[in-house]
Ligand binder design. Structure first.
Ligand SMILES: *Cc1c(COP(=O)(O)O)cnc(C)c1O
Length: 360
């Protein structure tokens, strides 16, 4: 079967060199070969997140790390602010509610970023807010939220800033220490270009102190266990996805060698190219302001046709792109560019897209 081209915001196609690594034997997770992998992986993850602190590796999808970000740093009944700019922002609201926090839901229109005045107002009206949850790159819409501006509000306070950068990291600028972030989570199947199954969690010293006081029950995702195992032995508390960790190590080594800034620029240029081409085909870009557009994907709407049918035809012709939900089910198309794509690859895709649009 011909390989499908995954023009999605994760999972991505796996590059040949990483497929090769995934096809190799594993090592034992309580022995020195594994310790060496974990040490190198941690050093490169620190460079990718831009932090001096250790970055922990969890065997779960990204949502597992979102859950870890709730259960480890907060206590029941605590008030938190959720900046909800889409499907994934809403997931934080749900997880926080399930664990007995009191989320204040700051919700925005589909395709819009948040407004800083609203965050300031919520903080002024609720001096007992303990944390702010936000999504860096909102994959359901293509919105890129300004994390640094919120970090300016939470730095030098006891409020924790928790950021889902699962689809944002590597494709967009990110600065864990510089933006005063306390907890950030990422996932292996997005810009790391390896299969799903690993999540990465960075935490500040301030978050570490909050973890000492948290009263929410946890076992598998207890970050203090992860900290202890890594700091004492360069291990994880339980058997991790060893094969994926070996691949993540090679992936992160490649990302650091290439330079995150270079990858961000490459994705930016590819996004601008696709935006222009799709505009010429009468698509409208969902996210209005350039400064709020994520390099992870291009979200476009087209009136007058059922884009859902086009997406189905593209799938039959070897191209996987995704659509929208709810009100946007018939009109939204999301083209993800986390995978490795050249302009020629994109031109081939666009030629097929044009053929399918003409059939509508
Ligand atoms: C993919 C994604 C997730 C969910 O990750 P899973 O690996 O599916 O659990 C969460 N947030 C964002 C922004 C994502 O893009």
């Amino acid at each position: 079967m011909k390989k499908k081209v995954l023009l999605t915001p994760g999972p991505t196609n796996i590059p040949e060199n990483l497929l090769g690594v995934l096809g190799t034997d594993i090592v034992h997770h309580r022995k020195v070969d594994f310790h060496n992998v974990m040490k190198e992986l941690n050093e490169n993850l620190k460079k990718i997140f831009k932090t001096r602190e250790n970055v922990y590796v969890l065997t779960s999808s990204g949502t597992g790390a979102m859950e870890a970000a709730v259960v480890n740093y907060f206590s029941k009944g605590e008030k938190v602010l959720v900046i909800n700019t889409g499907y994934f922002g809403d997931r934080f609201r749900k997880i926080a509610g399930i664990y007995g926090l009191e989320p204040i839901n700051l919700e925005y229109e589909f395709g819009e970023s948040y407004k800083l005045e609203d965050v300031k107002k919520a903080l002024a009206e609720n001096p007992d807010i303990k944390g702010i949850f936000m999504t860096h790159s909102e994959t359901s819409t293509g919105v890129l939220n300004n994390v640094a501006a919120v970090g300016e509000l939470t730095k030098d306070t006891d409020i924790l800033l928790v950021v889902d950068t699962i689809s944002g990291l590597v494709a967009n600028e990110f600065d864990f220490d510089g933006w005063n972030i306390d907890v950030a989570v990422a996932g292996s199947q997005k810009a790391f270009l390896i299969p799903p199954g690993l999540a990465f969690l960075a935490m500040s010293k301030k978050a570490g102190r909050a973890a000492e006081k948290s009263d929410i029950p946890k076992y598998y995702f207890d970050i203090k266990q992860a900290e202890k195992a890594f700091e004492s032995k360069s291990e994880t508390p339980y058997t991790p996805a060893i094969g994926l960790i070996i691949a993540a190590n090679v992936s992160c080594r490649i990302i650091v060698e290439k330079g995150v800034e270079n990858i961000v620029r490459e994705k930016y240029e590819l996004r601008k190219y696709i935006e222009q081409k799709l505009s010429e085909l009468d698509f409208k870009i969902l996210v209005k302001d350039e400064e709020n557009r994520s390099n992870t994907l291009i979200s476009v709407v087209k009136d007058g046709i059922k884009i859902k049918n086009v997406i189905r035809s593209l799938e039959e012709r070897g191209y996987t792109v995704t659509g929208g939900k709810g009100d946007f089910e018939d009109s939204l198309m999301r083209v993800g560019i986390l995978g490795e794509f050249s302009r020629e690859d994109i031109d081939e895709f666009l030629a097929v897209l044009i053929e399918e649009l003409e059939k509508q």
